[in-house]
Design a protein around this ligand. Sequence first.
Ligand code: FCB
Length: 462
Amino acid sequence: MTTVAPDQVGTALRFPQGFRWGAATASYQIEGATQEDGRTPSIWDTFARTPGKVFEGHTGDVACDHYHRYRDDVAMMAELGIGTYRFSIAWPRIKPDGSGPVNGRGLDFYDRLVDELLAKGIAPMATLYHWDLPQVLEDRGGWTNRDTAYYLADLAAATVARLGDRVATWTTLNEPWCSAFLGYAAGVHAPGREDPTAAFEAVHHLLLGHGLSVQALRAGGAREVSLTLNLARVRPDDPADPHDLAAVHLIEGLHNRLWLDPVLRGAYPADMLALFRRFGADHAIRPGDDAIIAAPIDFLGVNYYQPARVRAALGVDGGPANPGTEGAEYVAQDLPVTAMDWPVDPSSFYELLIRLSTDYPGTPMMITENGAAYDDVLVEDRVADTDRVGFLAGHLRAVHQAMAEGADVRGYLAWSLLDNYEWGYGYGKRFGIVHVDYDTQRRTLKDSARWYAAVIGRNGLD
Ligand code: FCB
């Protein structure tokens, strides 16, 4: 991959030649077929069935039925001109016991998917772990158990052995912040635990699993290996107040530095190490782990949705997903919001990309998710989702601006190809550029899909 300064003519933007355009999904969110071909339950199957955890008790049992409809879905991607498709591997399909024997039938699905993609000229990009840990492993402690990191590397080895001849680009983890802090501290994601010690143990074992998987993937011949993080752009309520700036530093620590520093600089930041100690999780960190975690990656995957704003205040903290943040408080932002109530401000994306390229120079990036949920309505075979078009256009302009100022961004993947199972929100939130009728499984291109196809076709915006 080479980086060329992007072109800008008037308001029309063009991205460098070779810029990768695509869309992303994740196994549990779209596949369905949760009991087919030897798959065992994941933590999300269990969590979804736990009363009160997911909107209206929705599960991924059927989801978009992509497991059976992947051919049509790939054909649709080809029509849109999508060049890269990021999907994830369902661990309990490949290793029904979590560790140990490989289930060939589970791998067969991804084999067929990859062949179908390649036949249509679409580059497959596989994420190893997008949150569907086998329940059997959670029963043994899940990410609080060091063994899980080694089992992830076993999954990596088995998967690259089968697909590595055709899949060039790999991602180890998707958003480990969510796995650790939403899953083990706030309890709003599977496995639904509310224990900050467990969350910090999970942080370390996820990162260790990442590093070990990088080794396994490279040993198996993977050409490009990456890690996808959901990185935060946190603004101070009062930029002139040093206490607010300290609150920003702390919150950004948990979201950004805790992950970026060990991977890209070789060690946890001192203030984050102090949090491991404070919550009694530092025992998880063993000599030699740092070097494993810092294995070089080929690019950093950046998922971005919304900015945050914090201030310093007594007697408050950043909430259960942000353990150890006493004195730092999230504050409301006066911005338009999506159907998730997530504030929209593309300039924050620009600021994040500049910040990343300044703080971690020499790290190529790929936008591995960006998108928005809106209350779409299907009227006579059409979804006029102008809000989503506005969101995507604004964020693409932000990426372009950051690139013009030196950020090394190699591609952009929209979240998501399809409306799908939005975790705790079930099917209640629609992020797709393609509408899915869950009763009939009928797919309808939204206006945003047609717009995105035009963007891809001209390699930019007019
Ligand atoms: C990200 C997840 C993805 C999807 C989007 C909306 O945090 O990686 O699966 O839920 O948010």
